[in-house]
Design a protein around this ligand. Structure first.
Ligand SMILES: [Cu+2]
Length: 170
């Protein structure tokens, strides 16, 4: 039955992800530590509150029952902040990933630079979404709740687009 196939696929994908998490624990310590100290550095030049907005968000249509990716840009017209958690009522698991040359690793936070932008885009930093409540379809708008260290939680509706979609296309 289809249900069994789906479960099998999901279990396989999840263990692949766990592998990535273990790899992060072994090799990513320096990166996480660097993020932590970056947040505490307290550069006085940009001490004001962050002013965040989200643009160009989309989720390429995931394969049935499969893992999806999420892309978006967090613009910031104020002081520095950090994206520390992402959740969704539409999915059981949303994690932040950073792509490296050969693989990708899970990260606990992503810097939103002062008067700059945090970009989650193809080939780079992205969201990994699993355990959908209901298989996403083209045209769906799925809620993502982005929690920032200083600014609290920002909820955005993210459209599901074709697999080949790039921002700027209609
Ligand atoms: Cu990933």
């Amino acid at each position: 039955m289809t249900t069994l196939t789906t479960t099998g696929t999901r279990r396989f994908r999840r263990s692949a992800l766990l592998g990535a998490v273990v790899a992060t624990a072994l090799g990513g310590g320096a990166i996480l530590a660097a993020c932590g100290t970056g947040g505490q550095g307290g550069t006085s030049a940009d001490a004001g509150p962050a002013k965040l907005s989200v643009a160009d968000s989309y989720i390429p249509l995931p394969p049935a029952g499969g893992m999806g990716a999420g892309y978006l840009t967090v613009r910031n017209d104020g002081g520095p902040d950090q994206l520390v958690k992402v959740t969704s009522p539409a999915a059981g698991s949303v994690t932040m990933h950073r792509s490296t040359a050969s693989t990708m690793e899970q990260v606990n936070s992503l810097d939103v630079p002062a008067h700059g932008a945090l970009q989650l885009a193809r080939g780079g930093t992205h969201l990994m979404i699993m355990d959908w409540q209901k298989a996403p379809a083209l045209g769906d708008e799925l809620e993502l709740d982005l929690t920032f260290a200083k600014s609290g939680t920002l909820s955005v509706k993210v459209p599901v687009k074709e697999l080949t979609y790039r921002p700027g296309q209609s």
